[in-house]
Design a protein around this ligand. Structure first.
Ligand SMILES: [Zn+2]
Length: 532
């Protein structure tokens, strides 16, 4: 016995001991799956040990947050009993236990008669659940005032958090692939994952302030005459950082073809988020970065709805994950599928989205046209998969999604080759527009959804909390191209492209492109306004 039952102990000691017990004895499935991906050799051994410490820190934090001054024992006992059963099911059946499963387990155990339980299950329940619970029940806990309890909790959580953060940063390449590429592994973390999913389930169930889709810009109207018709292509890029884009003065010319075009290049463009799931819905919404809320945006119309109402033909082609809800009410085509995309080898290429676009244009003889192309672009960490052989200009490249196996140079080479591919893709978009220049006032707007970290301060990929994210994840390339019939003062545009701009402007700029007026249109945020 680590401590005497008769001597009072602090609440935090009980939390720490229970967390240690659970991490060591209730995580067989977790470490088995981790070991399968990170065999215990070389650097992996230290990583797996560090993972154990992070899991311990997370468990301490969760138990500290859950337990209150008077609920310490009931919470610890409940967690011990449930976790023992979760450990059994994960070890025995290799299943992942989420909130729905727990509900099932609880109901099943009550309904089923005892003789249906296996001996092994009883063993888990008794050794890992009942015996520790009895000990917890009999513990004498030092009584503390509310203030003392809160201070003590803050200390424990602060230290556990600091330990976890330091470790994650020290093994940042490993943790990047652990969190990004091996998501399912965390589902085996016991009790961390089921506690998280119960919390998530409760939040989903009880917080539904929004319903339906609130209309905006109901007065939207096209204000220009109908001639010439407009043909606009918006390219939403993926994870391209500003300073690796050749046009912005990068030491490598990663945009040799765009350079030859008559381009307006925005040099100080900031994203709305550091990940696709935030940036994309945010930039199409009317809320702007500061007013953005995921649920609110999901239940409110976006600029595509407004343009559609005004009579613009809209087509969204997607070679990324999906439109994140933005294109739910307009024509949407999934180009990640080889059934639709005709240019697929290892994976479906962005170029495939251009196939048949001329036909789409030809078969829409009335009204303006807006085509949105959502690229796979520089989606990491497997940058080497994002381009075809002719674009492998910078070598050697990192040929795995396990970033810890590559040097920073190999990762950067693969990343830069991918920008070369996008350079060609954007030039093909411009070529398509040039082919329609006689019939339409044409324009292209390309902007990346967010940037990317490439190892600076140990950070890789993106998705860092916005407030403390490095510039590399927020500063993005943005370029415009205009056809000869599009009435715009390019010199004025070029001047304003040197000023700081944000993705908050996309909503109003699209209204500007298509000459759609509504009371919610703000010329100040329309990037084209200065050139009109
Ligand atoms: Zn993205």
């Amino acid at each position: 016995m680590i401590f005497s039952l008769s001597k009072p102990i602090k609440a935090r000691t009980a939390v720490i001991v229970v967390a240690l017990l659970l991490v060591v004895f209730a995580n067989g499935a977790f470490f088995k799956h981790v070991g399968a991906i990170y065999p215990l050799a070389g650097g992996n051994l230290f990583f797996v040990i560090s993972l154990g410490i992070v899991l311990f820190s997370v468990t301490v934090i969760l138990l500290s947050l859950l337990s209150g001054r008077y609920t310490l024992k009931p919470i610890l006992i409940t967690v011990l009993l449930v976790t023992s059963m979760v450990a059994y099911f994960m070890d025995a059946y290799d299943v992942v236990i989420d909130s729905h499963m727990i509900q099932n387990l609880l109901e099943t155990n009550i309904k089923e008669s005892v003789d249906l339980l296996s001996f092994k299950q009883v063993l888990y329940f008794v050794l890992l659940g009942v015996i520790p619970s009895v000990i917890v029940y009999r513990l004498k806990i030092v009584s503390m005032t509310l203030t003392e309890t809160l201070v003590d909790k803050a200390k424990v959580i602060g230290i556990a958090l600091a330990v976890a953060v330091v470790i994650i940063f020290s093994f940042s390449k490993y943790y990047t692939s652990f969190f990004r590429e091996h998501k399912p592994l965390r589902y085996y973390a016991n009790p961390a994952y089921y506690l998280y999913s119960v919390g998530h389930y409760a939040q989903e169930t009880f917080s539904h302030p929004y319903s339906g889709i609130a209309p905006i810009g109901e007065d939207a109207k096209i204000i220009s005459g109908n001639q010439p018709r407009k043909l606009i292509v918006l390219v939403v890029g993926e994870a391209v950082r500003w300073d690796h884009f050749g046009l912005n003065g990068y030491s490598r010319d990663t945009t040799p073809l765009l350079r030859k075009e008559d381009i307006i290049n925005y040099t100080q463009f900031t994203s709305s988020g550091t990940e696709t799931a935030v940036s994309v819905p945010c930039m199409f919404s009317s809320f702007g970065r500061e007013g953005y809320d995921k649920e609110k945006a999901k239940h409110t119309e976006n600029v595509l709805d407004v343009l559609k109402r005004a009579g613009v033909n809209i087509l969204w082609r997607d070679n990324n994950s999906d439109s994140k809800g933005v294109a739910d009410r307009v024509s949407y085509e999934d180009y990640q599928s080889p059934k639709v995309n005709t240019i697929c080898d290892e994976e479906c290429r962005d170029e495939g989205m251009l196939v048949g676009l001329q036909e789409y244009i030809n078969t829409h003889p009335k009204g303006d046209i807006l085509i949105v192309l959502h690229q796979m672009g520089n989606h990491g960490p497997a940058y080497y998969k994002r381009y075809t052989k002719p674009f492998e200009k910078y070598t050697p490249v990192c040929k795995t999604n396990q970033l810890e196996q590559c040097s920073k140079e190999e990762i950067t080479n693969a990343y830069d080759n991918t920008i070369l591919y996008t350079d060609t893709f954007l030039t093909q978009v411009i070529a398509l527009l040039k082919g329609n220049d006689e019939r339409f006032a044409t324009g292209m707007f390309y902007l990346s959804d967010h940037g990317e970290s490439l190892g600076e301060n140990g950070l890789y990929l993106h998705g860092f909390p916005y407030a403390i994210a490095p510039e590399a994840q927020k500063h993005v390339p943005a370029v415009m191209w205009f056809g000869k019939q599009f009435k715009i003062d390019k010199a004025k545009m070029a001047d304003s492209a040197k000023e700081p701009q944000t993705q908050d402007s996309l909503f109003h700029t699209l209204l500007g492109y298509l000459d759609v007026n509504t009371t919610i249109y703000q010329p100040r945020l329309d990037l084209l306004h200065v050139g009109r």
